[in-house]
Design a protein around this ligand. Sequence first.
Ligand code: PMV
Length: 345
Amino acid sequence: MENTIIWESPSNIALIKYWGKMGVQLPCNPSLSMSLKESVSRFELTYSPKKAGEPDLIYAFEGKENKAFEKKLSKFIAAVSNDVPCVTKYQLKISSSNTFPHSAGIASSASAMSALALCLCSMQEAIDEMEMPKDFFLKKASEMARLGSGSASRSLFGEYVIWGDLEGLSNSSNYFAIPYEKTIHPIFENLQDTILMIDSSPKKVSSTAGHELMNDHPYADARFKQARQNMADLIDVLANGDFNRFIQIVENEALSLHALMMSSNPSYTLFKPNTLIAIERIKDFRNKTGLPIAFTLDAGPNIHLLYPKAEEKLVQSFIKQEIVELLEDGVYIQDGMGNGPKRIK
Ligand code: PMV
């Protein structure tokens, strides 16, 4: 007996950043992200009863063996085996691919870990011959995905998503993410995200190591306080449509994240010279035109340019004229707000 499950799950970009963790992958402050539409991972899971002498997991990335990632997935599967006990009795064959280019420098752990968590929850349902209520299913998958990568907990839902205990939001939790269901002003619906590829080489310092450096960071307490204030302000802004304030908050979050890396001990920079040049050009262009565009950064040198769909043409021509020359091989990816994961099979 063999059965196959396929899920596609998106990457997400944080507007309020998660940086610093405690306990078992629990965040030191709540974060808020936007799920993407085009940047997704597709996971295909085929399972059959375990036979003696055969490996528990066989993994391929885009058709090729990838032992380093296979090890990461094995560790993840062991970590969630209490949530989905079926994994101990079956051999898992997993193959995955990303819609975004492999070298694009987009963090794929959020899309990958959320897609795998979904496959494993669906497998448990199939084996138990029962369907979990949808809300429960997604909450469970989010909680599991969190153990693979904190930001992955947010990829289980579409549009805006919150992860972490937040005063005044009674269903928010450090253990799983929830869809953001407060009022959204039309200017923030269907936000576009153009990802500017400044440099795609592997990071010198992993996010795991970066989070760890927050443990005795001199600015840690101030940072967690700042994130909570920015979150409260952003919630107001998402409702009232004040794009200028949105720009201030989102850019403050991005630059604070990188400032924390620069002031860690040891310090490091993930910025590249072209990241700063592009940021200056974005600011000049915004000052000249008054257009509503904001930038944000992940833990890396690439820039996410956020703007309403209505400004797409003007922003695209700005990118072509002033930004493309700063990008690795001139590459940028057109993305935007998405609706969350999709079951394919
Ligand atoms: O999910 P992790 O452990 O890779 O951490 C992600 C941290 C940031 O991407 C920098 C911020 C965030 O909230 O996604």
